[in-house]
Design a protein around this ligand. Sequence first.
Ligand SMILES: Cc1ncc(COP(=O)(O)O)c(C=O)c1O
Length: 433
Amino acid sequence: MSSWTPRSGAIGSRLVDTLLTHLHSTPRPELGEKGQSVDETLRALAAKKTGDVPWEDGKLFGLVHDGGPSAREVGEHAAQLYMHENMLNPLAFPSLSEIQEEITQWTARLLHGPDGACGFVTSGGTESIMCAVLAAREHGRQRGIDRGTVVVPESAHPAFHKAAYLFDLPIVTTGLDRDYAADIDAMAAVVDERTILVVGSAPQYPQGAIDPIPQIAALAQTFGCSCHVDACMGGHVLPFAERIGREVPPWDFRVEGVDSISADNHKLGYAPKGVSTVVYRSPERAARQVWDLEWSGGYYATPTLLGSRSAAPMAAAWAVMQHLGLEGYDHLVDVVLTNCDSMRAAVNAIDGLRVLGAPIAQLFAIAGDETAAAPVPIMPLAAALRDRGWVHDIQTRPDSLHTTVSNINTRAVDRYPDDLAAAVADVRAGKYG
Ligand SMILES: Cc1ncc(COP(=O)(O)O)c(C=O)c1O
């Protein structure tokens, strides 16, 4: 395998450049000889935020998800209560085992896991996915397959590629259908006896499509490999969408052959950042992500990728779930999906714009309508919206504006249709190059 070099020159190179800036920092910041008072210190820290996106305005799509004042309050207090405990050793902090068991079991029930379904709390979607890939690799090894292949649709999150890179596994990417869901024929063409894991998303990030999970899981069963469903985005949305009467295709443990599912508490689960849940169909599968060693420091074991880790995010996730209850999530999901319906209608009502595919969850992508006489160019539109305070991530293949809607956007979303129409008019008038 060749070594990794971050690419530059691509549309994302500004991100890579920003991530690497501090490696060449001049002049080098110096820590003062004398410490500062608590007040001074916190003032200085707060002052750093001035250039950050004001997410509380509700005009940022994704990155920050907020379940409203009481969910925020209970999450913050719970995090403070567990700010100093270390999740590394649940023998010292048995309450952490209990909290983890409750979160994973609540989640397993939401995902319709059978008796015995169980899992672990991790630091985020990427770690949950890495753990699932690791468990699949170990399951493959047990079946005598070393360095077996991971097969993912091209819309699968980069975390799968990162896991394949870190765990030294070959990864094969397959195409999408016209609605941006995984093309099952393309997957079937590459899955074989050497495959250790097939992946589907519910929904995937770029266009919000839900992959054909029953067909992907059936492929896994045919070849005896693992099947992971990435519901980092949908894990706290689709179960409630179904409860409130929306139509949701089959995607969870009710589908035979699904072995593991990731669901992020720190996205639409409305916990503050640093927490996700990975659930397996059985304890045997779950145990494959655990690593241990007897060394001169005693006995060491970790069920996830990190060693010492804060208990605060897990405590916050527990508190937010406990506080909201199933009905609280029903309500939040109803609000968010209703907002999405009106936003998608507003986009499709503008000549030259369209929503890509047929998304039903809280994510979608806005693109120029190639069938229109004059498709709206997306990069200038992003700039025009940004000047009105709206922050979408920009995507390519095709050029589009990523839109993850969550409860925080409820504050501003009524203004979106008018601002979008005005931004399109400005772009058409040539104000953005
Ligand atoms: C579908 C999906 N999977 C996984 C992830 C990774 O989650 P995280 O950023 O918490 O690591 C994301 C993040 O947006 C996602 O949308």
